[in-house]
Unconditional design. Sequence first.
Length: 252
Amino acid sequence: MIPIRLSIVTYNIWLTERWEARAPALERFLTLFSPDILCVQELQPTTQQFLDRLLKGHERVHDAFPGWTNEGNIYWNKSILEKIDHGAEEVGHVEPERRFFWARLRVTASSRTIFVSTAHLTAPRKSDEPETGLSPRVGQLKRIADALTRLPQDGEPAFFMGDMNDAWHPQRILKRVGFVGSFAALAMQSPPTFQCYPAANVEPGEPTLTEAIDLIAANKHARAMASSVPQCYYGDTPPSDHWPVQAIYELT
């Protein structure tokens, strides 16, 4: 039996900041890498329309809840995957339309199903964390970890990914419920994913950041085969102020 392998990408596509300049770079990246599963954060109506036009071979979640258009969504290659169910769980975000977004997909060539989920955790500057030192992401991650123990079915390969806005707590908390990052699974160190220069447009004297805060993690029923942080430009312009994470998984 031939193993089932899937290419997966998570990408924070940065709202519509400098969108006209960045759109060709995002198109180039998605055309070159053409992931089987794409989870996006900081989605907006303009960028959703762009992705819908570009990803003709993909489908996404259609739902009346505005967070699926104004925050995040899940795209999948419709020639090999089909949706069974989806949902959006409240996990304590400050942002009113952010959720733990998930979809259950069937591999059309078999009876196998997979669970795919994504979230964008609250950034330190969006809360009182700079003054108190208390991270809202810890509570969010504990609720996500609870969802990841409830929602995937027995023996089902399950994935969680997104912009964690944190380099340590996510992998620590997710590991408790059996989810390991794609780089950690391969005993590799993740390259930085944020900030992406020059797109971040940092002025002299401003604080600069070099963080690996975007993550793909999976349970024991999916084996990481490769993982990377692709740096794809169009001319001298990158697609976002984040770099994406890409991983190849084999369903065990």
